[in-house]
Design a protein around this ligand. Structure first.
Ligand code: AMP
Ligand code: ZN
Length: 118
């Protein structure tokens, strides 16, 4: 729960407050999705909870609602992006070996082209 406060030094928290602009794709009371500023595929969207959680590994069972909702809207976002039929990839980077750059829990939706196998 210590993670839950919004973090003044966190760029994704600043996107939530509007201090940093974004190209919004989807928003509800819990979740925000926006275009990645440095896309790795033709379609590359970042999906975040509006409250600050440092990473996947700091989530607790009490956060299940937020995590469940975060992932349950993926299909809706994929529909908005028109990649439901063509397919898409969901990626969570956890920690330095995975290349996690931003310490605010998020996942990526990638699509719009053939993606390389992992
Ligand atoms: P990760 O490596 O999983 O932490 O991913 C962080 C992602 O956030 C990277 O793909 C960045 O390109 C993206 N990113 C960083 N700053 C911004 C921003 N201001 N607006 C949109 N995407 C951003
Ligand atoms: Zn944050």
């Amino acid at each position: 729960m210590v993670d839950k406060k919004n973090d003044n030094n966190c760029i994704f928290c600043k996107i939530v407050t509007g201090e940093v602009p974004c190209q919004q794709v989807y928003s509800d009371t819990t979740v925000l999705a926006f275009e990645d500023i440095n896309p790795s595929a033709k379609i590359h969207v970042v999906v975040i909870p509006k409250t600050h959680y440092t990473s996947f590994s700091t989530l607790r069972p009490t956060d299940d609602y937020v995590v469940g909702h975060l992932f349950s809207v993926a299909g809706k976002i994929a529909n908005l992006l028109d990649v439901v039929t063509s397919g898409y990839r969901i990626v969570v980077n956890q920690g330095s070996d995975a290349g996690q750059e931003i310490d605010h829990f998020h996942y990526h939706i990638l699509g719009g082209q053939k993606l390389h196998n992992l």
